[in-house]
Design a protein around this ligand. Structure first.
Ligand SMILES: Nc1nc2c(ncn2[C@@H]2O[C@H](COP(=O)(O)OP(=O)(O)O)[C@@H](O)[C@H]2O)c(=O)[nH]1
Ligand SMILES: [Mg+2]
Length: 216
């Protein structure tokens, strides 16, 4: 019985990865570099998009993944960003077929960077490729310094990590040394950017890294 279940999951993942490869090929052909932004609800992902996009000298596109609502999409459109919404209506992560549908309904008139804000969740988004070039993980100091130990896969798979809300550090018991020990055990090389969405601190370095990594 256990084996059957495992085989079904293997098939689901293989089908997802097949579509992810197609999505990545389609976007790459258009000169679009794709970023899968993951993190817990409220970590500050949409605030990061606002901060990064205003620092990037390339065309930026956004797909917002939420269980319900288009609040974040409207928030970004209000700032002139090209954004579109996926609602999963219960599903806890985006998968490649969902991004495939969203991407084919969009127009990528010029090369640039596509940010996909995944459903707020530190577990499931890390398990499914959506056709991205890189995974960007955001964790806030308010989330707690134990998160690498509790949600290792997200940290292991991250190409870069944003440690956000550093302005709140004086009010919390965030243990940066413990956090970084956990991060480095799982992921020796990913850069960690300490950022503040309120003041914009740290986002210049994150944007510069992204420009370099995207080859834009
Ligand atoms: N103090 C502080 N608040 C932040 C920061 N970044 C985001 N927030 C706030 O945290 C809340 C959630 O942010 P949002 O970007 O919507 O998070 P998301 O759910 O991960 O997209 C909002 O009230 C933001 O204004 C930060 O660096 N510092
Ligand atoms: Mg958001």
């Amino acid at each position: 019985m256990h084996m059957v279940k495992k085989d079904v999951m293997t098939d689901i993942r293989a089908e997802n990865d097949h579509i992810a490869a197609h999505v990545n090929g389609y976007l790459s052909d258009k000169g679009v570099f794709t970023v899968n932004l993951m993190g817990a609800p409220g970590a500050g992902k949409t605030t990061t998009l606002e901060n990064l996009i205003r620092r990037l000298a390339v065309k930026c596109y956004v797909v917002e993944g939420d269980i319900e609502s288009d609040i974040d999409t409207e928030r970004l459109r209000g700032q002139g960003v090209t954004a579109s919404q996926i609602n999963t209506f219960g599903a806890c992560h985006l998968d490649a077929p969902l991004l495939h549908n969203a991407v084919h309904a969009m127009t990528f008139a010029e090369p640039g960077i596509l940010f996909v804000e995944n459903v707020g969740n530190l577990v499931c988004p890390a398990e499914f490729s959506i056709g991205e070039d890189i995974k960007l993980l955001q964790v806030s100091v308010a989330d707690g310094s134990d998160k690498p130990y509790k949600y290792p896969l997200a940290f292991e798979k991250a190409d870069a990590i944003l440690l956000s809300k550093i302005d709140l550090t004086p009010y919390l018991n965030f243990d940066e040394e413990f956090f970084m020990k956990g991060v480095r055990h799982l992921n020796p090389n990913a850069p960690v950017f300490k950022v503040c969405g309120v003041t914009g601190e740290g986002y210049d370095a994150a944007a510069a890294w992204l420009m370099d990594r995207s080859g834009k």
